[in-house]
Design a protein around this ligand. Structure first.
Ligand code: CR6
Length: 835
């Protein structure tokens, strides 16, 4: 519509406004301006870090132009918006991604070159924004990229942790040590502090029901903390659309207590400010485990309360009645971490908006969507009732009310089924009683989904089975995860990206946004020249990785070997232990070979990387075993040309960007039914690495796309797992009998072949006793699969064909496809083109 210019002369305003830079001279000008003014530095002594900061500030100006226009458009048109609530956003570096999405990388490279810098050195100065643990956090980052690229009005909401995921150091003995990640130490050019956007968040205090014939209550007293917004720009690929990721920082409501200070109590004066600041001080480094710590619950409430207040304020600006809230707002809950948002919205609707219970519940259950990311029981969040009662007394009342009404409706549908009521109650009996967050997220949401076909089926048939029977199957769906091809192909593998563009004869702007176009590469698998180019790029990526390892760790890697990679969080269910035991088996086999036999063996380099939760003892022992096996193997003159092993410390998004394009084969070998999806499996395959894996998570769908002849599958299937575990418990068979090859490997470790015999016993005992993750059941077929990989690699022509066919069929796994499924089948949100 036509709006009046708010003040002054519109032409003067518009004439003075900047646009996005498009030519090299305006880029160098903006760079130098930032050196002069923002950084206040001399050209004479500008180092690479300064050049990075100037480039980042200059790129940020460009992003802000688009970001402002996008915001204005959303405000004017008031379309339905979606909000992605995630405690983790594992963004990695931003500069390269922003340059590529803006289509300005070449021009900036030319510009900084003229000023005496190299783009590569500049890019290398940036620290990762590592506000996440693993797949769940990186998925959130990919979804933001895809939302902006698809021009969808989607904002992310998270926390601005002062310290991200810890830095991992490995001691000479092989112990993981943790150091803080002070990622904000040299200023973060990618965030915009919004000190004017702030909300008060209450903790503790008293909740009194009003008993006035309404469900209202009053919540007073306790501690009040301020949530302050920091905005991070999320540029879409080749579009003006630039969305927002809003991260909250906690601050004391009053800087400090002047009364205490004047009374001579300095410590008392800063205490409340310290406890307020503590809320967003650090990311919890746990993946798949919950610890029930009060500070973690405080983080969850602080973030959901601030985000909801912000969303509500924006909705109110449209001027519609509150009952229309779900027509304008969809909120996606990334796992159960933000489940309190359901209760918080109820609280606001009841106590502040004066809505009757049924109307409030109607609004809530049409607003939220819940994604489950695991069926592992130890990862399902439960909060002790006494803790919730203390920290959030009003919310606990509401949870009890929700539960009572819910159980009444269950009782109505299944009269007299007391077991069922007990199973479905939001409150788990025990000492203490606990609130089952996944159940609350489920009944408070419009729809629930898992993250790959198999996983979504398991959600429906195991943890939420009763809820499917009660609410009907149509509420439960699947959205298979995806990855952004911008970062995970174009950015991390520029040569492959260029080859694809040349071959398809289309600009990357086209195929990067329609990844199914890769299928047109299929016939090229028969073209020798293309295969040679494809293989040469893989080789150069291997050399790039070797160079990186040489520079950072001082190790020399054999780039003529097959590169075999397993990189992910350390966890028993992911079975890094199976992999390292397989490496030992290979080593022992090589040791027993004649020189003649060895000539037929293809050299292999095995890479591991990944962090262990600081309190996860068995995972840390696995790292220790890997490091110490590496010492022995890499130093053994009998075998070192044929087998070597590296544990690369401090795995990160940036390290993944170097490792993934260099892999010939990658391992995704979780016990069937335990890995919800996996997303690195998709990244490797997109970059032409083949997959060795179990029939689990998204591996299954990858195999469906690329064809089973192009993947290496092994191991028992999901339906067998329960029976096998039962046998382990009730009819155990000694490992010597069941799997002699594995027994031999375990005995060698026990005998001290890798030093410290006794140290590894607790790790080995997880296999000898109980073997919950079924290593002894899968070991033989794992070794057989590894042999098939060796065999296949000998025929290099056929291998490269498999590599091309794999990459060509990965279109389905673009996060663009996944985000459109959420937008269309869940949120009902439509693209908004910003002209
Ligand atoms: N650890 C799953 O385990 C999945 C991601 C993203 C995980 C993994 O298989 O790909 O989520 N689950 O959906 C949780 O974090 C609870 C993960 O990252």
């Amino acid at each position: 519509g036509k709006e009046k210019w708010p003040r002054g002369e519109e032409t003067v305003w518009k004439g003075a406004m900047r646009d996005v830079d498009t030519d090299v001279s305006s880029i160098t000008k903006s760079f130098v301006n930032h050196v002069q003014t923002s950084l206040a530095r001399q050209p004479y002594n500008l180092d690479n870090l300064g050049a990075y900061q100037a480039s980042a500030l200059s790129v940020r100006d460009n992003l802000l132009v688009n970001w402002n226009e996008t915001s204005l458009q959303y405000t004017r048109k008031a379309p339905k918006r979606a909000y992605y609530l995630s405690l983790e956003f594992l963004m990695g570096r931003t500069l390269d991604n922003a340059l590529l999405n803006l289509g300005l990388k070449d021009k900036y490279a030319e510009g900084v070159e003229k000023l005496g810098f190299s783009m590569e050195d500049i890019l290398d100065q940036e620290r990762d924004a590592a506000l996440g643990n693993g797949g769940l956090g990186r998925l959130a980052a990919c979804y933001l990229d895809s939302s902006a690229s698809a021009e969808l009005p989607v904002w992310g909401y998270g926390l601005r942790y002062k310290y991200g995921i810890f830095q991992q150091l490995i001691s000479p003995e092989g112990d993981q040590l943790e150091a803080p990640d002070p990622w904000l130490d040299n200023q973060n050019p990618w965030e915009l502090p919004r000190l004017d956007v702030a909300y008060e968040v209450r903790f503790y205090g008293q909740a009194e029901r009003l008993h006035d014939g309404t469900p209202r209550a009053q919540w007073t007293g306790g501690q009040e903390v301020l949530a302050v917004a920091y905005d991070v720009m999320i540029p879409g690929c080749y579009t003006k659309t630039t969305n927002n990721l809003r991260l909250w920082e906690s601050k004391p409501k009053r800087g400090f207590d002047l009364n205490s200070f004047n009374a001579g109590n300095y410590e008392g004066a800063v205490e409340s400010s310290n406890s307020a600041a503590a809320i967003t001080s650090v990311l919890y480094p746990n993946d798949h485990t919950t610890f029930g710590k009060e500070l973690r619950l405080k983080q969850q409430y602080f973030w959901t309360a601030a985000s909801l207040a912000d969303i509500l304020r924006r909705f109110k600006n449209i001027g519609k009645p509150i009952t229309q809230f779900p027509d304008y707002v969809a909120i996606q809950l990334n796992d159960t971490h933000p489940t309190l948002a359901i209760v918080e919205l109820m609280r606001i609707l009841l106590d502040e908006e004066d809505q009757p219970w049924a109307a409030a519940w109607q609004i809530v259950t049409n607003t939220f969507f819940y994604t489950n990311h695991t069926v592992l029981p130890e990862a399902l969040e439960k909060w002790p009732v006494p803790l919730l009662e203390h920290l959030l007394p009003r919310h606990m009342q509401i949870i009890y009310d929700i539960n009572m009404l819910f159980l009444q409706s269950v009782e109505k549908k299944f009269p007299g089924d007391r077991d069922r009521l007990g199973r479905m109650s939001l409150i788990e009996e025990g000492f203490p009683k606990q609130v089952r967050m996944a159940f609350l997220a489920c009944i408070g949401s419009r729809k629930v989904n898992g993250v790959a076909e198999l996983h979504s089926d398991l959600v429906k048939t195991t943890i939420l089975k009763d809820f499917v029977e009660f609410e009907g199957i149509s509420k439960f769906g699947n959205v298979t995860n995806g990855i952004t091809p911008r970062r995970w192909l174009d950015q991390c593998n520029p040569e492959l990206s260029a080859l694809i563009s040349r071959t398809l004869k289309v600009d990357k702007a086209v195929w990067l946004k329609d990844l199914s176009m890769l299928e047109k590469l299929l016939p090229r698998a028969e073209d020798k020249k293309f295969r040679d180019e494809w293989a040469a790029i893989k080789q150069r990526n291997k050399e790039r990785l070797a160079h990186h390892v040489q520079v950072t760790l001082g190790l020399t890697i054999n780039t003529n070997a097959m590169f075999d990679v397993q990189i992910k969080r350390l966890h028993e269910y992911k079975r890094q232990t199976l992999n390292i035991l397989g490496v030992i088996h290979r080593y022992l086999t090589l040791k027993s070979m004649s020189a003649e036999e060895k000539k037929k063996v293809n050299p292999r380099v095995v890479f591991f990387a990944g962090k262990a939760a600081p309190a996860y003892y068995i995972a840390k022992l696995t790292i220790r075993l890997i490091v110490n096996v590496a010492k022995v193997i890499n130093a053994d003159p009998d075998t070192k040309d044929l087998l070597s092993l590296y544990f690369l410390p401090d795995y990160s998004v940036s390290l993944a960007e170097v490792l993934i394009p260099a892999s010939d084969i990658s391992q995704h070998i979780s016990t069937a039914g335990t890995e919800a999806s996996g997303t690195s499996n998709m990244k490797f395959c997109l970059n032409g690495g083949l997959l060795l894996g179990t029939v689990d998570g998204a591996n299954i769908e990858i195999a469906e796309e690329v064809g089973e002849s192009n993947v290496f599958f092994f191991g028992h299937l999901t339906p067998a797992v329960e029976d096998l575990r039962y046998q382990h418990t009730y009819h155990p068979v000694p490992i010597e009998e069941k799997c002699p090859a594995l027994a031999h490997v375990l005995n060698q470790v026990s005998a001290g072949l890798f030093g410290d015999a006794h140290v590894y016993e607790p790790l080995l005992n997880t296999i000898r006793q109980g073997d919950h993750y079924l290593l002894s059941d899968d070991f033989d077929s794992y070794i057989a699969a590894l042999a098939m990989v060796d065999e296949a690699y000998l025929d290099r022509t056929e291998w490269v064909k498999k590599s091309i066919r794999t990459s060509a069929k990965m279109g389905k796994f673009s996060s663009d496809r996944a985000i459109m499924e959420y937008a269309e089948s869940y949120w009902n949100v439509e693209p908004q083109h910003v002209a």
